[in-house]
Write a protein that binds this ligand. Structure first.
Ligand code: ZN
Length: 420
């Protein structure tokens, strides 16, 4: 819903009206441009419901009758708006209409359904699922089943290691898939094709030995813990990046409409940290995908062949999985994933250019243009694009946890398909 505030700009001292969209939010940092001098004025809103909702501004609030005919701006921190949309009815002044216009009538239903489903999953389901996975990681099976029953009516207690792993990861998948859309299938396709390769690679004892060694050394359990922790961090800041779904749901021919819109949130620091942590963590799991690919192609998980991948400056391929991890940059590791048919789009979720742009020390969010600039990216990238890229990294991250599950269960003592 929209609430009207009358503020006095702390810069030019002119009064103006702000129509502010408020929704349930733990805490949102946003800003609004003064319609007279364009000074960005920061604000914070708190409160999960209308009664407890509070908004604070870095500007003096005036009684609302002070300036009925003063200029007004519309800002909804949850929906992209137009920077200078002064006229009612223009694109970007009515949030719901803006969203319908952006995605088109056909996909509007899917978008609003994703919003409500994902919010419920982040707020209600995830805290329960998090407990299941915590107990799984420390193998506390009594509490694991207790947490499982609390989260899912049809939870069934299992007794084998690999069945429990499957239950834990399915629980996480149910929650995280609810937070993403059903339209962009880049991550789903990666996981499907990984499973096909993995199943086929399990005929190779070298592959099984490699997977078991990675579990025994603590590499896989350690990665399960860190991927899970980063997923939890993402979900803790769900509101900062949920609007990233827009770019995924919009039909491609409508994407240019986003260029004239701005998301008036002031949470660049949160997005940057999530992106970087998510990116680094996913890249650590890529070795398992390429191990399956190498085994299918060349019968050995560490055999990268001699053909160099495109798009990266490598003199020679790594000679082992350890060298893949220790000697290659993330960009080079991604190049090996990108060259596999069906995996290109997954690699594209991890946009190295975004990471370079935001990771640079000079990176800053310019509130006057709604763009993120750095020395590496002098033309800037739209804040909305960064939000969408963070969304993509979340999708990639959740998928990488399911890859780890497949590798982990190869070591289960009761894993039937595996010869010793
Ligand atoms: Zn002003």
């Amino acid at each position: 819903m929209m609430t009207m505030y009358t503020l006095r700009c702390p810069g030019c001292e002119e009064p103006f009206n702000l129509r502010l969209g408020i929704g349930p939010a733990k805490m949102a940092r946003f800003y609004a441009p003064c319609p007279h001098c364009s000074l960005p004025i920061r604000g914070r809103s708190h409160g999960q419901d209308l009664e407890s909702h509070r908004v604070e501004f870095e500007a003096e609030a005036l009684p609302s009758e002070a300036s009925l005919d003063a200029d007004f701006v519309t800002v909804d921190p949850n929906v992209p708006s137009k920077y200078n949309a002064a006229q009612r009815g223009e694109l970007g002044t009515f949030p719901t209409m803006t969203l319908v216009h952006l995605v088109g009538d056909e996909r509007a239903g899917a978008l609003f359904e994703t919003f409500s489903r994902s919010r419920t999953a982040a707020e209600k389901l995830w805290p329960k699922v998090r407990r299941i996975y915590e107990y799984y990681l420390v193998e506390d099976w009594r509490n694991f089943d207790k947490a499982g029953r609390a989260a899912f009516d049809d939870w069934q207690a299992k007794s084998t290691t690999h069945e429990r792993a499957t239950m834990a990861h399915q629980a996480v998948a149910i929650a995280t898939i609810s937070m993403t859309d059903g339209i962009d299938d880049s991550a789903r396709r990666y996981l499907y094709r990984f499973h096909v390769k993995h199943t086929s690679a399990l005929r190779s004892s070298a592959y099984i030995h490699s997977a078991r060694a990675d579990v025994a050394s603590g590499l896989v359990p350690g990665l399960q813990r860190s991927v899970f922790d980063v997923i939890d961090r993402f979900i803790g800041h769900f509101e900062a990046w949920q609007m990233g779904v827009l770019r995924r749901v919009m039909p491609p021919d409508r994407l240019p409409l986003l260029r004239e819109l701005t998301l008036f949130r002031d949470e660049f620091d949160i997005l940057r940290d999530l992106y970087q942590q998510g990116f680094e963590t996913v890249c650590k799991t890529l070795r398992f995908a390429v191990a399956a690919q190498n085994t299918v192609k060349r019968q050995s998980p560490g055999d990268f062949g001699t053909d160099l991948p495109n798009g990266v400056d490598l003199k020679a391929n790594p000679t082992s999985l350890k060298a893949f991890d220790d000697k290659l940059s993330n960009a080079a590791r991604l190049a090996f994933v990108r060259q596999v048919p069906g995996w290109q789009d997954y690699a594209a979720l991890l946009n190295n250019r975004t990471r370079n742009a935001i990771g640079h020390a000079t990176a800053r969010h310019d509130l006057r243009t709604g763009r993120v600039f750095s020395d590496k990216e002098p033309a800037g990238v739209q804040y909305l694009d960064l939000v969408a890229d963070v969304f993509g990294v979340f999708d990639a991250l959740c998928t990488s946890l399911q890859v780890l599950r497949a590798v982990r269960v190869v070591s289960s003592p009761d894993f039937k398909n595996a010869p010793l």
